[in-house]
Write a protein of this length. Structure first.
Length: 454
């Protein structure tokens, strides 16, 4: 595995921290610089500008005989009073005038607000000046309809800071996710039982070390599994060869038994002959099971074709009705959205369905009901078979599809030797379908569902 220059995870987080601090600094500096620029071109005033201009006006008002000749700064208002505190002239509102008059009489001023007052004594009158602490727009309409420049600046700082935090968090999260992608992909491949893949790389040292460990584990696991697969393949081939080899002497033995059956025998000889015939049939079943094990493990050779499903299903039902009669079991069938055609191996699908039906009948009480539901939904054909037997144990729900599983004695066939559901599951999986096991709430029996893609 070629390894390029790497960076540590700690360094990556330091980089994120530096970028975050830098971005937050810019979020403060840029709005403040905008405020200074707006002040320099005459759009707004600085926070103490009105206060300085108003205080600079005090000696002028004290010395100037005619107040009307004086130009008051933007944001500065005045109230002229007689020596008896009578009104002479003002540009304040009524509320502001009341506050200014109280200040002139008592010296009381609400320091919590943005407006402040200055009291000026002239020869024949008093003047109260009101000024605003804080930035203002030089345009009166802006002051009336827009938030103050300080609020605008604080809002801009807040929004830009949040934007920087969100952007950097999302950006670095994407970077980390990108570096983690080889690990996630490798995990997914191993989860899907695929060990023949090339694992990617990461620029972060710690992630790369994990990737190297993953690759080493993959190679070790691949070697171990290949050895196991070769052993299992050889075992399957030996089982298949043994099963076929046993068929020849069994056929000879069965032929001799048939010849003996045609001769004149006494009662004792007939009894012994019946034992031999029964044992011969049982051996044929064992050989059939061995062959099924070999085929299911290696995978069936599918003969895919377009199957007329209504015709196929009619055939399945007729076969089911025949084997149901012996136990007096009634079939209750429902069907919805019946498909016209499905693609699959007709013989194997029939075998899988009849295997499930036989298994359900084996554990159904006499004179009970077998429920068969067929419908197509979400591009799947669903065939559900529910019996009125004892159902599956929790252990069987987890392991019943495994080869040779027979722990659930309540639903273990004496002839299947734990192969029935394993064979069905193998057939359905080769058709890209699913075999689902459950217990019915209504009947308390087993509920088996086949899902085949349409």
């Amino acid at each position: 595995m070629g390894i390029k220059m790497k960076t540590s995870l700690t360094r990556t987080f330091y980089k994120f921290l530096v970028c975050l601090l830098g971005g937050l600094c810019l979020s403060v500096v840029v709005p403040f610089a905008c405020m200074m620029f707006a002040s320099s071109i005459g759009l707004v005033t600085l926070a103490d500008n009105n206060e300085r201009q108003t205080k600079a006006l005090v000696p002028i008002l004290t010395a100037t005989p005619n107040v009307s000749d004086i130009h008051f700064p933007t944001g500065t208002k005045f109230l002229r009073l007689t020596k008896n505190y009578g009104y002479i002239d003002t540009n304040m509102s009524e509320e502001e005038k009341e506050k200014a008059l109280m200040f002139a009489k008592t010296g009381f001023m609400d320091t919590s607000g943005k407006t402040q007052f200055i009291f000026i004594t002239r020869d024949d009158e008093y003047i109260v000046l009101q000024y605003v602490i804080g930035s203002q727009y030089l345009n009166a309409q802006f002051n009336q309809y827009l938030p103050s420049p300080e609020i605008m600046m604080i809002s801009l700082i807040t929004i830009s800071s949040l934007g920087v935090c969100v952007y950097l968090t999302v950006h670095f999260a994407k970077e980390l996710r990108k570096e983690l992608t080889p690990i996630l992909e490798a995990t997914k491949e191993i989860e899907n039982n695929n060990l023949d893949f090339t694992i990617g790389h990461s620029k972060i040292l710690e992630f790369e070390n994990v990737i190297i460990s993953f690759d080493s584990m993959r190679n070790s696991l691949k070697g171990s599994l290949e050895k196991q697969w070769r052993s299992e393949k050889a075992q399957r081939e030996q089982i298949a060869s043994l099963a076929h080899d046993l068929k020849t002497p069994l056929t000879v033995m069965q032929g001799n038994i048939d010849l003996l059956d045609e001769t004149e025998l006494d009662e004792e000889q007939k009894l012994y002959l019946s034992y031999a015939m029964s044992s011969s049939e049982q051996m044929k079943q064992y050989i059939k099971i061995l062959i099924d094990i070999s085929k299911a493990s290696a995978g069936y050779q599918l003969q895919m074709e377009d199957v007329n499903f209504p015709e196929f299903w009619k055939h399945i039902l007729s076969q089911t009705e025949i084997i149901c009669k012996d136990k007096g079991i009634v079939i209750q069938q429902t069907q919805h959205n019946f498909p016209q055609n499905i693609t699959g191996d007709r013989m194997l699908l029939e075998r899988a369905l009849m295997n499930l039906v036989s298994n359900s009948l084996e554990y159904s009480p006499e004179n009970s009901t077998l429920y068969i539901d067929v419908d197509s939904k979400d591009n799947y054909l669903n065939i559900c078979i529910t019996d009125c037997g004892c159902g599956f144990s929790q252990e069987a729900l987890d392991h019943a599809k495994e080869r040779f599983y027979m722990a659930d004695q309540s639903r273990s066939s004496k002839l299947h030797y734990g192969m029935g559901l394993y064979i069905v599951d193998s057939i359905i999986k080769q058709h890209k379908g699913k075999l689902l096991l459950d217990n019915s709430i209504e009947t308390k029996g087993a509920k088996v569902t086949i899902k085949l893609p349409l």
